[in-house]
Design a protein around this ligand. Structure first.
Ligand SMILES: NC(=O)C1=CN([C@@H]2O[C@H](COP(=O)(O)OP(=O)(O)OC[C@H]3O[C@@H](n4cnc5c(N)ncnc54)[C@H](O)[C@@H]3O)[C@@H](O)[C@H]2O)C=CC1
Ligand SMILES: NCCCC(=O)O
Ligand code: NA
Length: 503
């Protein structure tokens, strides 16, 4: 096993710029999914701590040192956070791998993305100053009007474990850029790096209460944010059942939510591709990177019948070549699943597929050389039909199911045969066909001749059961802004709608 000499910091809740013990003093063990060992613990917040954090956030908004900042001033904090992340990149990446099982390469890439995302929203925060007040010319002498873009208020950011610090950053960076005060609730399965973000905020002198970080169990530490009368918005990434609960609670207060809820995304491969191996590698990366624990994983391979057999042969060769090991080992390409619960869930999906009559072409089990840890072989499933669970449900593990098609019409029907609508990919050198598919796919993200590349300048989110609203890009900032119209009557004349009693 690869050794790490990075110690697990022991932290409290990060509230009002300070480390604060949870009111109930409970803690949750941190489990390393590669060794199944307890390596530390995190504080477990309850609704009492949520109340304290919400109050701290409200006070931050009311104080000049946060509530009256310009975008340019906030950008300085965001850039300082980015610099600290890069300074601590190697340590943070190792912590991310120890906590979540991500390979060290992917964790390091995440830290680069985290820093770049803070930098990107620093740019947008600066640009916001000139857009803060936009005059609107009505071509009327009697009225002067303008539109203000203001911070929305106190926002609750509830995030998952698959990209722990990166998913938090997709929400924290724009929320702070907008001038909101935020409460981040990371996943109990992987919170270490999000707590370190608290330490970074403390070190760079982010005004107290601007960002508060509460770790703990979802129903105890996050649910109170959805129902809290002084939390103005919830931005969530995670499962459909939890998204439904959040939306239900928020609906009682007409609280806006944005939900990013995963999917069962297709990758359609046509027989006109120039290079089989290039397409095979994208199909592999699309489903097995991050051990398949990706909301946008292209986990349904829809392949043209004429090249299916050759494609699958190559796919098998590439799959067998994937190095599965402790995520900190050099060249590891597939680490463990995040937790025992998720591991059991993935294995159950595979055994259900088998019981329903599908063929496990490759994988489906624990790799023989790894006796401990929540490892699952990269798995390829064929003989799938569209009524099977494996075709319909999100596995969130390294499990690819395969179906073939003959015609373009059949391909698009199969691609859209899902309750989800996050991403879709097409591999073809026919430009017009790619355009037809771009239009026909029912999803928020389209990849052409690739799968998964993600850029923080572009909107991220889906339709149907994948949720609504967008992270990233300018759309990721807009959702933390309140649009306020201001209408001023500038005429000296009376309005004269009613008859004046003095006449
Ligand atoms: N869209 C995505 O990126 C993700 C999708 N998932 C899907 O969800 C499945 C289950 O994973 P979980 O960790 O159980 O996801 P989850 O949706 O329960 O967890 C995500 C976040 O929601 C919080 N949460 C849990 N219950 C809550 C509640 N009642 N109110 C407010 N927040 C709550 C959790 O503490 C965590 O911070 C996965 O197998 C996968 O299919 C999981 C993580 C990320
Ligand atoms: N490449 C980033 C994927 C983000 C997500 O799984 O939500
Ligand atoms: Na963990």
């Amino acid at each position: 096993m690869a050794m790490s000499n990075v110690g697990i910091p022991s932290r409290q809740l990060y509230i009002d710029g300070e480390w604060r013990e949870p009111v109930k003093k409970n803690r949750i063990p941190i489990i390393n999914p590669s060794t199944e060992e307890i390596i530390g613990d995190i504080p477990a917040a309850t609704s009492e701590d949520v109340d304290i954090a919400v109050e701290a956030a409200r006070k931050a908004l009311a104080r000049d040192d946060w509530g009256s900042t310009t975008g340019a001033q906030r950008a300085k904090y965001l850039r300082a956070i980015a610099a600290k992340v890069l300074e601590r990149k190697s340590e943070l990446a190792t912590l991310e791998s120890l906590d979540s099982g991500k390979t060290s390469f992917e964790s390091a890439a995440d830290m680069d993305d985290v820093a770049a995302c803070f930098e990107y929203y620093a740019d947008l925060a600066e640009a916001l100053d000139s857009k803060r007040k936009t005059p609107v010319n009505l071509h009327l002498d009697s009225f002067k009007t303008y539109v203000l873009r203001e911070p929305l208020g106190v926002v609750g950011l509830i995030t998952p474990w698959n990209y722990p610090l990166l998913m938090a950053t997709w929400k924290v960076a724009p929320a702070l850029a907008a001038g909101c005060a935020a409460i981040l609730k990371p996943s109990e399965l992987a919170s270490i790096t999000c707590l370190e973000l608290g330490e970074i905020c403390r070190e760079v002198g982010l005004p107290p209460g601007a960002l508060n970080i509460l770790t703990g169990w979802g129903p105890v530490a996050a649910a109170p944010l959805s129902s809290h009368p002084h939390v103005d918005k919830i931005s969530f990434t995670g499962s459909v059942p939890t998204g439904t609960k959040i939306m239900t609670a928020a609906a009682q207060l007409v609280k806006p939510v944005t939900l990013e809820l995963g999917g069962k995304s297709p990758i359609v491969v046509f027989d006109d591709i120039d290079n089989l191996d290039i397409a095979v590698e994208w199909a592999l990366f699309g489903c097995f990177s991050n051990a398949g624990q990706v909301c946008s994983a292209t986990s349904r391979l829809i392949i043209q019948e004429s090249i299916a057999s050759e494609f699958l042969d190559r796919l098998l060769l590439w799959t067998k070549n994937i190095k599965i090991s402790d995520p900190l080992e050099e060249d590891c390409k597939l680490g463990p699943i995040v937790s025992s619960g998720q591991y059991e869930k993935v294995l159950k999906f595979i055994s259900n597929a088998k019981n329903e009559g599908a063929t496990i072409l490759y994988g489906g089990e624990r790799p023989e050389h790894l006796k401990k840890g929540y490892y699952v072989q990269p798995t390829i499933i064929t003989d799938v039909n569209t009524s099977m669970e494996i075709w319909k449900e999100e596995v969130f593990g390294p499990v690819l199911c395969v179906k073939t098609f003959k015609t373009e019409e059949e391909a698009i029907e199969l691609a859209n045969d899902t309750k989800y609508g996050l991403a879709s990919a097409i591999m073809s050198k026919d430009v017009e066909r790619c355009e037809r598919f771009t239009k026909a796919f029912h999803s928020g993200i389209i990849w052409i001749n690739c799968s998964q590349p993600t850029f923080h300048q572009l909107p991220w989110g889906g339709k149907k059961r994948s949720g609504f609203g967008r992270d990233l890009g300018e759309w990721g900032l807009e959702k933390y802004l309140n649009i306020k119209q201001v209408t001023e009557y500038t005429s000296d004349d009376a309005w004269a709608f009613y008859k004046s009693p003095s006449n």
